[in-house]
Design a binder for this molecule. Structure first.
Ligand SMILES: CC(=O)N[C@H]1[C@@H](OP(=O)(O)OP(=O)(O)OC[C@H]2O[C@@H](n3ccc(=O)[nH]c3=O)[C@H](O)[C@@H]2O)O[C@H](CO)[C@@H](O)[C@@H]1O
Ligand SMILES: C=C(OP(=O)(O)O)C(=O)O
Length: 428
């Protein structure tokens, strides 16, 4: 297993190309289960979550072929194979096999999902939706058993605005009999992307991207070609990174409106950002004012950018307060930032960040994907060398991060973990 080493203090310049969106990709791949013939998805990111999902599709009989960033799935011979353990535990999005397999086969057995440990991550709203459509759902020894004689459209009000539940219910409902309405639906761009793929396959979904989604069930879905949207969280991470050490960094292949909550906050801090149709130019590396941020459902500041943003705030003037309203305990990066000399106090679901604290290189652990991104940003701003272990978390969601950083002028490299590193990794 490798660790990532970062020599801090170097200015960043140049261009970084953003990959396809992880949180779309991880739903688009399971969605192909619902088609009768080949689906090609163009522009997939090269990340470990995608590798695992391709293997899961093969486990149930799918034929998967790859040509660079494009993946073609032939779902014709898929069967409803139980997936109680193993790979499904390695990522969050394996829960989409529940909706997609229920939609196609009317039955599924799927282990409870893994993914980043951000505190409790229940799936009660997914189950509420499946049950409303007529499925019987039981939890037996950590696996969810779903079974329906037939799926019939229903009106489903989500008690919590959930990305996963919204997409999962769409997947289960597209072939159900009659009309389904999802009220209080999540509005994230990834939901529109999944609805676009399903509609290209022949589904009838209206309202994706608003809080009421209407689905008219169809009998059959067919193959198609679909190009994925760019990853707004990867783009946001590089935008924050450019704000910290970038003289002039172009973030290419973005949809600027997807990043508005972030760019508005960065401008408030004094970062210069120029926007075009599909790229941003960020001029950072200058005095930053303190700001308070609060994560919210889309179009608010995404929780997935809270951790990277916190690193940046250690260098702003004065004190900033970061509140996470989505995952109230998403603060595992804070102890690691403290090892690097940051001064941050956690109070309930807020972190109080003291600014202008010089960071020092240290050996730190990425406990989850975005904690990893936060530590990389801190490492770029720190004096000396920072060693980040737990690279496997980072590789769940950042395509070729070492190469992309090097292209911007960062001094980063990978080394094999020593026995001491492995102990730190296990004990932390
Ligand atoms: C693979 C994927 O797309 N992951 C994203 C997705 O995760 P995920 O889909 O798991 O997150 P949700 O939008 O479902 O969760 C939002 C909130 O609702 C709660 N909740 C959710 C479902 C449920 O049945 N019951 C319930 O109480 C969660 O605990 C959380 O507090 O959206 C999160 C919020 O934008 C992001 O951080 C993740 O990167
Ligand atoms: C929390 C995240 O991912 P997942 O839901 O896949 O664990 C994330 O992408 O920040």
């Amino acid at each position: 297993m490798d660790k990532l080493l970062i020599e801090g203090g170097h200015k960043l310049n140049g261009e970084v190309r953003i990959s396809g969106a992880k949180n779309s990709a991880v739903a688009l791949l399971p969605a192909t289960i619902l088609a009768e013939s080949e689906v090609t998805i163009e522009g997939l990111p090269n990340i470990s979550d995608i590798d695992i999902l391709k293997e899961l599709l093969e486990d149930i009989g799918g034929e998967v072929s790859q040509d660079g960033e494009d993946v073609t799935i032939n779902p014709a011979n898929m069967v409803s194979m139980p997936l109680p353990n193993g790979r499904v535990k390695k990522l969050r999005a394996s829960y989409y096999f529940m909706g997609a397999m229920l939609g196609r086969f009317k039955k599924a057995v799927i282990g409870l999902p893994g993914g980043c440990n951000l505190g409790p991550r229940p799936i009660d709203q997914h189950i509420k939706g499946f049950e409303a459509l007529g499925a019987k759902v039981t939890n037996e020894q950590g696996a969810i058993y779903l079974q329906a004689d037939e799926l019939v459209g229903a009106k489903i009000y989500l008690d919590v605005v959930s990305v996963g539940a919204t997409i999962n219910i769409m997947l289960a409902a597209v072939k159900a009999k009659g009309k389904t309405t999802i009220e209080n639906a999540a509005k994230e761009p990834e939901i529109i992307d999944v609805a676009t793929l399903l509609n290209s396959m022949g589904a009838n979904i209206k309202g994706a991207g608003t809080d009421v989604i209407r689905i008219e069930g169809v009998d059959e879905l067919n193959g198609c070609q679909h190009t994925i949207i760019p990853d707004r969280i990867e783009a946001g991470t590089y935008t924050i990174l450019a704000a910290s050490k970038g003289e002039e960094v172009t973030i290419d292949n973005v949809i600027p409106t997807h990043l508005e909550s972030l760019t508005a906050k960065l401008r408030e801090m004094g970062v210069e950002i120029e926007e075009s149709t599909d790229y941003l130019i960020v001029r950072g590396n200058r005095p930053l004012s303190n700001v308070d941020i609060k994560t919210l459902v889309y179009p608010g500041i995404p929780t997935d950018l809270q951790q990277p943003f916190t690193s940046l705030l250690t260098q702003a003037e004065g004190t900033s307060i970061v509140t996470d309203t989505i995952y109230q305990a998403r603060f595992k990066h804070i102890d690691e930032l403290r090892r690097m000399n940051a001064s941050i106090k956690v109070e309930g679901n807020s972190a109080v960040v003291s600014g202008q604290t010089p960071l020092e290189g240290a050996k730190v652990k990425a406990s989850d994907l975005r904690a990893g991104a936060a530590l990389v940003i801190a490492g770029l701003m720190a004096d000396g060398v920072t060693e980040v272990v737990g690279l496997d978390h980072i590789e769940r969601g950042y395509d070729q991060i070492t190469e992309k950083l090097k292209n911007l002028g960062a001094v980063v490299w990978r080394e094999q973990m020593s026995e001491e590193d492995k102990k730190l990794f296990q004990n932390a």
